[in-house]
Design a protein around this ligand. Structure first.
Ligand code: GRG
Length: 293
């Protein structure tokens, strides 16, 4: 199957599963379930869940077994976007081509929709089946750690605390390892765990995830200055306006493009132990470097 067909197939499997796993729109309190669904089904690229499913396949497992875990990482990701867009954080009006949650539902409901997506993610993990090496408790711990105060939230705190300050490349990297890399790595690790991955396979997908996460973030910084808001479905040019430290600001556009290619190469190299079993992950990494939104 070519990559385009693969992406369409996996995206529709993820969306179908999310539709089943999330409470129906009219379940009370209807505003809450409407708000959760509004942000989840706003048209995200579903990169993290697709990486989760592809990782399971590379480790010899099935996408079906990884599906609740793929949905869980998407819920965490969407919650982080809703909260990141709030007036008390990045104060953004546009996300996934639509007005942000707080613009439509008000701040209170938007905060709670994020909280509810964060919470239901763990309900979804609890529905996953254990593999021989990896009990469901290990999967819960995996996601909690990646989303928690030492990783995803740590990245956001560092971002807030360092606003307007001078950055070294090392500092920027450590923020993005937490803010972007940890959830991408956890997506791959959870897929691998559902497929009974060996410690060696887990290490490979972890290294792949962190390298890919950095490449992804550098490309994100580049797109922020080279694309329009319409193309991105979110406000473009915000980083420069907010005086945010970004890779192009630190090393110029050509330097950032080189860095993205270098991290993508590191990502590819991490998959060596898999041989051709990781072909799909290689394709996804190449696509993420070339993406335009
Ligand atoms: C508020 C708890 C909390 C955390 C915020 C992840 C995060 C930390 C903020 C989101 C904004 C941001 C710049 C995240 C970095 C990762 C990133 C580029 C996210 C956008 O991901 P895409 O492009 O989005 O995969 P779609 O909409 O396609 O899913």
């Amino acid at each position: 199957m070519d990559l385009k067909k693969y992406l369409t197939l996996r995206l529709s499997q993820v969306d179908k599963a999310l539709n089943t796993l999330l409470p129906p729109k009219k379940t009370a309190p209807a505003t809450m379930h409407d708000a959760m669904r509004y942000s989840i089904f706003a048209g995200g690229k579903r990169l993290r869940p697709i990486l989760c499913l592809a990782s399971a396949e590379s480790c010899g497992g099935t996408p079906e077994a990884a599906l609740p875990l793929a949905c869980a990482v998407e819920c965490i990701h969407t919650y982080s976007l809703i909260h990141d867009d709030l007036p008390c954080m990045d104060d953004d009006d546009l996300r996934r081509g639509r007005p942000t949650s707080h613009k439509v539902y008000g701040e209170g409901v938007a905060v709670l929709a994020g909280d509810a997506l964060l919470t239901i993610a763990f309900e979804m993990v609890a529905k996953a089946k254990p593999s021989k090496r990896h009990p469901v408790s290990a999967m819960v711990a995996e996601l909690a750690e990646a989303a928690g105060s030492r990783q995803l939230i740590a990245g956001q705190v560092m971002d807030i605390e360092n606003e307007g300050k001078k950055f070294t490349p090392a500092k920027l990297q450590s923020i993005h390892e937490r803010k972007t890399g940890a959830l991408i790595a956890a997506s791959l690790r959870l897929g691998a765990m559902s497929a009974n991955a060996t410690p060696k396979q887990l290490q490979s997908v972890t290294d792949f995830g962190y390298a890919l996460g950095l490449a992804f973030q550098i490309v994100d910084d580049i797109l922020d200055i080279t694309q329009t808001s319409e193309q991105l479905g979110k406000s473009a040019g915000k980083d420069v306006k907010a005086g945010k430290a970004t890779y192009p600001a630190l090393m110029g556009l050509p330097g950032a493009q080189k860095a993205a290619a270098l991290w993508t190469k590191k990502a590819h190299d991490s998959l060596k132990p898999f041989g051709s079993k990781a072909d799909r992950l290689h394709e996804l990494a190449a696509m993420m470097l070339e993406r335009k939104s």
